[in-house]
Design a protein around this ligand. Sequence first.
Ligand code: B12
Length: 208
Amino acid sequence: MLTSISDAICNGNTYDIAELVQSDLDAGNDPHELLKAMTDGLDRCGQKFGCGEYFLPELIVAGEAFTEGMNILEPHLVGSTMGQEGKVVLGTVAGDVHTIGKNLVGFLLKSSGFEVIDLETDNSVEKFVQAVKKFQPDVLGMSALLTTTMEGMGNVIKALDKEGLRERTKVIIGGGPVSEKFAEQIGADAYAADAVEGVRKIKELVAK
Ligand code: B12
């Protein structure tokens, strides 16, 4: 039941989530619908946290339940991993440890044939610049979930510019508090609201 999956994530039910996902898959449910239900659970947990009904521990177990569920679901979502569409360096900005959205973007990119270098979380400006120098990606993707960390994205773009790396590296940003307008303000090449749009826009950037 998709509702049970959503509730299990929202309630941080790390004990049952794997079994629930597995039995929904066995019952023939579409894996993408299961992913939607899981993301809905996280969204509801975030809303409860935002209005003071939930606290940090609830947020943490919801994130853990999501990861447990993804361990079962991920192999069923994978498409083609063959082609070489391009190279993307992906990471969360300094001070930000939210991994789930970034991981989904990375996962979909890999499934769509991209090589993904995942810098994980809490990346300083220096770390991003070093990674761009080392891996020479077509696209740098940055993620921020906090209003207090999103400004770091602009600093990375300035540093890439200063190092002469901006011309050859397209930049896309994503995450809850950022927007198309913010992307324009800081000079990013693109913004995406979700992972599917992200993959589409990254394909467009690589083709340019
Ligand atoms: C789970 C969670 C956590 C977990 C994270 C676990 C983990 N491993 O990631 C933990 C418990 C660690 C956590 C901690 C905190 N959190 Co938190 N968290 C969340 C929650 C509930 C869900 C985030 C999530 O994973 N969403 C699901 C994914 C799939 O969505 P997404 O991240 O937005 O990503 C999608 C798109 O944005 C986009 N995208 C994202 N990145 C990128 C990058 C690129 C390149 C592209 C193209 C697209 C893209 O594609 C993704 C997939 O479709 C949100 C609420 C919410 N609804 O977002 C709060 C939320 C983000 N957290 C919040 C807060 C305040 C905190 C804390 C400060 C709490 C505290 N007092 O300590 C700490 C900060 C920790 C830190 N330094 O980073 C606030 C942020 C408020 C704000 N605007 O600044 C939120 C909005 C909750 C709220 N309503 O108040 N959190």
